[in-house]
Design a binder for this molecule. Structure first.
Ligand code: GUN
Length: 295
């Protein structure tokens, strides 16, 4: 079994981005600028946003954090989004999810201008991706595709089974992997809570992607010998032995599955760092589309 090291891959890609930015800055251009809206104090969201800001520093980007308390009303949030849409100094921005229940997440997602939607969540970007047009691709699936590419794992003609049909992982990943071309050409099956005989389906996978948010759900009996296993799960589970009081758990039972598969992504250090890295790549793309220099 070979470990797919998302952390090292992400570090290499961020260094590539930082090089490009350094060249632009040396040529007198401004730096790419990413903004993030964070509502409330959810521990997971705080960590994600902190890591995104850190990644901006590593890539030589400017970053801005816009914070609101969890009782913020929808109109205030929409006004902040409108400001970022219009702000010529911001190349792209994200609204960290999940949002408090009283806020309509879909309305917020659709308020972000598609040209600044570096998360790739706006229906315009989702639609463009699905028919193979230039777009901001959703970061987590794009990170998985990039990892497979950098590890020389071809998807052409392979049976890919994705467990989980979320709008930000399962669905866009299925769409990417079924596109024509080098990083696609897969036969994709998407499983969910109503799938019958799940084990029979997962055992048929050359590449198995677990993205349903259920810690340790995929066990060795569900995996074909020699399969490639991609674990997207990042659930915080209580762990009294840690200072933080929790540890991150993937959707795959790593101990048993790693004995049987050919490649596997660890949690943490697998898909997670790649998601942030793809966000940086989308921000650089947004900047380049806007023409760089003080545009
Ligand atoms: N919450 C969990 N993953 C993501 C992500 O990729 N982007 C945003 N904005 N929120 C998230």
């Amino acid at each position: 079994m070979e470990l797919i090291d998302g952390k090292a891959t992400a570090t290499a890609i961020k260094a590539e981005i930082a090089d490009k930015v350094a060249q632009k800055v040396a040529a007198g251009e401004r730096r790419p600028h990413l903004a993030a809206i964070l509502v409330g104090h959810d521990g997971g969201s705080e960590t994600y946003v902190r890591n995104k800001i850190k990644a901006c520093e590593e890539c030589g980007f400017q970053s801005t954090l816009v914070r609101f308390e969890s009782d913020v009303d929808e109109a205030t949030l929409l006004a902040a989004i409108d400001e970022l849409n219009k702000n010529p100094e911001i190349d792209g921005f994200i609204v960290q999810l999940p949002l408090p229940k009283h806020i309509d997440e879909q309305k917020i997602t659709e308020a972000v201008h598609p040209d600044k939607d570096v998360d790739g969540f706006h229906p315009v970007n989702v639609g463009r991706q699905s028919i193979g047009l230039p777009c901001f691709a959703s970061a987590t699936p794009a990170g998985i595709v990039e990892l497979l590419k950098r590890y020389g794992i071809s998807t052409r003609g392979k049976n890919v089974v994705i467990v989980g049909r979320s709008n930000i992982v399962g669905k866009p990943l299925a769409s990417m992997l079924m596109q024509k071309g080098e990083q696609g050409d897969a036969t994709v099956t998407v499983c969910h809570s109503a799938t019958k005989n799940l084990c029979d389906v997962t055992r048929n996978a050359d590449i198995l992607v677990a993205a349903m948010g259920r810690p340790g759900f995929i066990t060795a009996d569900m995996v074909a010998p020699g399969a490639v296993v991609i674990d997207v799960g990042t659930t915080r589970v209580p762990d009294a032995s840690r200072k933080s009081g929790f540890r991150l758990s993937g959707d795959v039972d790593f101990a048993s599955v790693s004995e049987k598969c050919s490649y596997i992504t660890p949690v943490p250090g697998g898909v997670g760092p790649m998601t942030i890295c793809m966000l940086m790549q989308n921000t650089l793309l947004a900047y380049e589309r806007r023409g760089g220099i003080g545009a």
